[in-house]
Design a protein around this ligand. Structure first.
Ligand code: ADP
Length: 144
């Protein structure tokens, strides 16, 4: 059976991504694994962070999704993994729920995740990373 690795990517945080690259590449080489990249558009906080009112200013979700997919593909170019073994997923809502949901439905053998944003030093494990470690049914590699 094909080994499946799930890599959730926060496209707003390039530093987090840098830290997981070498680990993902190394794991991907084992048994020629398939690597699934997922980015989640967190609905409300994301709009709020752009300073938008919840009105006509909001671009349609389709546009957000298309833009996020483009940015995710750009980020993934940094990973040296054969193209035919790379898959992309865009979801909307809670990052942790979507990460856990996809891990289960694939089903993933391994999730590779960064522990938290580097600038947030008070937490050893971010809220999404913590939920994935706690609730995933497969192995989780937490990169610090
Ligand atoms: P922090 O709260 O410090 O940002 P998180 O737990 O949210 O910590 O982030 C840790 C990891 O969770 C990230 O490296 C990424 O793998 C995953 N993650 C966080 N947000 C998203 C998102 N919107 N889409 C996909 N993965 C995410």
């Amino acid at each position: 059976m094909t080994r499946i690795i799930l890599v959730p990517i926060d496209i707003s945080d390039t530093e987090l991504t840098q830290r997981v690259i070498s680990h993902v590449e190394a794991e991907a080489r084992i048994d020629d694994a398939e690597v699934h990249f997922l980015t989640v558009i967190p609905s409300l906080p994301y709009y709020a962070s752009l300073g938008m009112a919840y009105t006509a200013e909001m671009p349609p979700m389709d546009e957000f999704k298309a833009d996020s997919e483009k940015r995710l593909k750009e980020v993934v170019k940094q990973f040296a993994i054969p193209e035919d073994r790379v898959h992309f997923h865009i979801a909307e809502g809670s990052p942790k729920d979507n990460i856990l949901g996809l891990a289960k439905s694939l089903p993933a053998d391994l999730v590779i995740i960064a522990s938290h944003r580097p600038d947030i030093t008070t937490y050893l494990l971010g809220s999404n990373a913590a939920a994935v470690v706690r609730h995933a049914e497969c192995s989780v590699l937490v990169v610090r």
